[in-house]
Design a binder for this molecule. Structure first.
Ligand code: AP5
Length: 294
């Protein structure tokens, strides 16, 4: 479907994300082409950023642009959640390989700050070492900014380990940032501890290994593997307590789109369940956009 029309948009106007002005059809991605520009640069505006009903963004003196909009399925948006070491990072690797989503891990963003020894990183480390949630002042903007970057908007995103509290979930809702599906990895506690203590990371490739379940393929890789500072039996118990304190609040926000996955199985079998759920969502969205275009 191609829609042609005119719009009076100020070229300097900014589009703050606001849930109060959602696009009327969330399955439509409006690719706007400002045809007055010599290079016809396509500008893709995400629905939550498009203040379609807001007169306060329109200027009476603004030039008229011709707008062409095509109906296209929105990129997929996924949240993956689960206790510490339930396999979120491992599954994210497989999901991004198949679905090409942008992986945004709250833990990885925080560890990057810790490694850079920034002020935020130094403060975050104090909480991470105690297995507690890092304060929202540090984590909320960090994740929101990454979600709103162009690659996440265009390719879709896979949010890992966020939100972890009712206030973080409410913050996303306030910005109109809502996933299509919320995957919950369900793993029994004794398995979690075993997974944490055996986990190793390859600093060169970022790949996650386990000394027993997913060992490195050769001695060269084995020799450079590192262990996370919070991957001890003592610390994982603290992280688990924090998880149990918050998980129900987060689940209550997403209960209508939650898919609970048995995470006790091999990583291939866990992925098969996730893959089936995501395929279902993708198929449904294709059907919806076809019926809009018809
Ligand atoms: P974060 O880094 O998110 O840690 P986590 O939630 O504790 O989860 P992990 O990364 O430990 O595990 P995972 O589920 O990714 O498992 P993985 O795939 O590696 O957060 C760290 C800290 O940062 C938090 O404690 C908190 O302080 C802070 N933080 C993070 N987010 C925050 C937020 N939103 N707000 C405030 N603070 C925040 O797998 C684990 C091991 O098991 C690996 O060795 C893997 O090879 C193995 N494995 C995986 N799947 C399988 C399988 N199916 N079978 C056998 N082995 C498997």
């Amino acid at each position: 479907m191609l829609i042609l029309g005119t719009a009076s948009l100020s070229p300097c106007v900014s589009f703050p994300p606001s849930p109060k002005f959602p696009h009327p059809n969330p399955n439509l991605n409006l690719n706007l082409f400002l045809l007055s520009h010599p290079s016809f640069t396509p500008i893709s505006l995400h629905p939550i950023q498009f203040p379609s009903r807001s007169k306060r963004f329109l200027s009476p003196n603004a030039p008229n642009f011709i707008v062409a909009a095509s109906a296209k399925a929105e990129p997929l948006k996924v949240i993956i959640s689960g206790a510490p070491a339930s396999g979120k990072g491992t599954q994210c690797e497989l999901i991004t390989q198949k679905y090409g989503l942008v992986h945004i891990s709250a833990g990885d963003l925080l560890r990057a700050e810790v490694a850079a020894a920034s002020e935020n990183g130094k403060l975050a480390k104090e909480y991470m070492e105690k297995g507690q949630l890092v304060p929202n002042e540090i984590v909320v903007m960090m994740v929101k900014e990454r979600l709103l970057q162009l690659d996440s908007q265009q390719k879709g995103w896979l949010l890992d380990g966020y939100p972890r509290s009712s206030s973080q979930a409410a913050g996303l809702e306030d910005y109109g940032i809502r996933p299509d599906v919320f995957i919950l990895l369900d793993v029994s506690e004794d398995i979690l501890v075993e997974r944490v203590v055996g986990r190793r990371l390859d600093p060169l490739t970022g790949k996650i290994y386990h000394l027993v379940y997913s060992p490195p393929k050769n001695d060269e890789i084995a020799s450079r593997l590192t262990q996370r500072f919070d991957d001890t039996e003592e610390k994982v118990k603290l992280r688990l307590c924090t998880h149990h304190e918050n998980v129900d609040d987060v689940l209550s926000v997403y209960k209508d789109i939650t898919v609970k996955v048995n995470g006790n199985l091999t990583k291939e079998n866990v992925f098969a369940q996730i893959d089936a759920a995501l395929t279902h969502v993708v198929e449904q969205r294709k059907m919806n956009s076809r019926s809009v275009a018809a």
